[in-house]
Write a protein that binds this ligand. Structure first.
Ligand code: AMP
Ligand code: MG
Length: 318
């Protein structure tokens, strides 16, 4: 039977209508992405929904600008310290965080980080005397290192920008530091895996979160070997040497990504016992996942129900 003209028109209308419905349904779930290299790390920005492409573009521009503004080598150029408004804010916040963490997070560590060769990857082991001298002069030879807080601060800034641009659902991954904005487009929580320092394990566990930052510090992230010993990039400001606190990986979960970043570094320096004492004081503001060199895992009460791990772990209560 030959199709009539009428039935062809009807079929065309039905097809157009269903395509329009599919288009409208998917519009809310449209995925916009960008991969960039900035702040010495790989970053991914994923935004769902309408106008997501614009938000991604704005985020990339903002990250590039912050990268320039917060780069230690620029801030500490011979002429002294020149800071933008964002830099001024972050300096003030960093000093407050230094007090809060009893000096375990300390951006004035830069001369020592530099002596170990971390910024330019010209790694070396400084002599005992050199470290002593740098420690003694740290408060007069002021040089700032935003490396332990810049990615968290950037996450907060980008999240704010997203919300201002009407974004309801987005996820940022700034070199393993994750920021979630809203929930997934289907309304469920984001699943964020915590990287395992041991290659034998797939991950340390998976967190279900929304509207939160999940930020990890690990000695394994940046280190070098010399004379058969491994040296990593998280320095204990009291000794001038890479922190040997027994912790291997510290993840902080918080609404405040700037806080989470500073605390991931600070708690790594503190070690498990002091980290737990500290958490009990500020438990309303953050949660943690700690992994130590004995292979033991500790998860704070506030996120224990949203944490899924293949291995056993201890839930730390308030
Ligand atoms: P993160 O990966 O957030 O723990 O930051 C590590 C980076 O922060 C290092 O590469 C240094 O640039 C800087 N840093 C190292 N030790 C400290 C410290 N105790 N306090 C503040 N920043 C630090
Ligand atoms: Mg940090």
């Amino acid at each position: 039977m030959k199709p009539t003209r009428k039935s062809l028109i009807a079929a065309a209308i039905v097809l157009t209508a269903s395509l329009a419905i599919v288009f409208l349904v998917n519009k809310g779930k449209q995925k916009h992405e960008a991969d960039i290299f900035a702040m010495d790390t790989y970053m991914q920005i994923t935004v769902y929904g309408r106008h997501g492409d614009e938000a991604v573009q704005k985020a990339v521009e903002k990250i590039k600008r912050l990268e320039g503004e917060l780069d230690a080598s620029v801030i500490n150029a011979e002429s002294g310290v020149t800071l933008t408004d964002g830099g001024e804010y972050l300096l003030k916040r960093s000093m407050e965080l230094k007090d809060m963490t009893d000096g375990t997070f300390d951006i004035t560590i830069y001369p020592i980080v530099k002596a170990w060769g971390f910024p330019d990857k010209n790694y070396r082991v400084p002599s005992e005397e050199e470290i002593q001298k740098l420690l003694e002069n740290k408060d007069t030879n002021l040089q700032y290192d935003f490396g332990g807080i810049a990615k968290g601060y950037t996450s907060d800034k980008i999240a704010k920008l997203m919300i201002e641009n009407g974004v309801k659902s987005a996820i940022l991954n700034l070199g393993g530091n994750v920021m979630t904005i809203g929930k997934k487009p289907d309304g469920s929580d984001w699943k964020v895996a915590i990287k395992s320092p041991d290659t034998s394990m797939e991950n340390l566990g998976v967190l279900s979160v929304y509207d939160k930052a999940v930020i990890t510090s690990g000695g394994y992230e940046r280190c070098f070997e010399a004379d058969g010993k491994s040296y990593h990039h998280i320095i204990d400001p009291k000794t001038g040497y890479p922190a040997e606190s027994g912790l291997v990986s510290v993840t902080i979960i918080s609404k405040d990504a700037t806080l989470a970043d500073a605390l991931s570094t600070a708690l790594f320096v503190m070690g498990k016992d002091n980290a737990i004492v500290f958490w009990r004081k500020y438990a309303d503001n953050f949660d943690f996942v700690l992994y130590d060199n004995k292979g033991e895992l500790y998860v704070s009460e506030g996120i224990a129900d949203s944490y899924l791990a293949a291995m056993e772990y201890e839930v730390v209560k308030r």
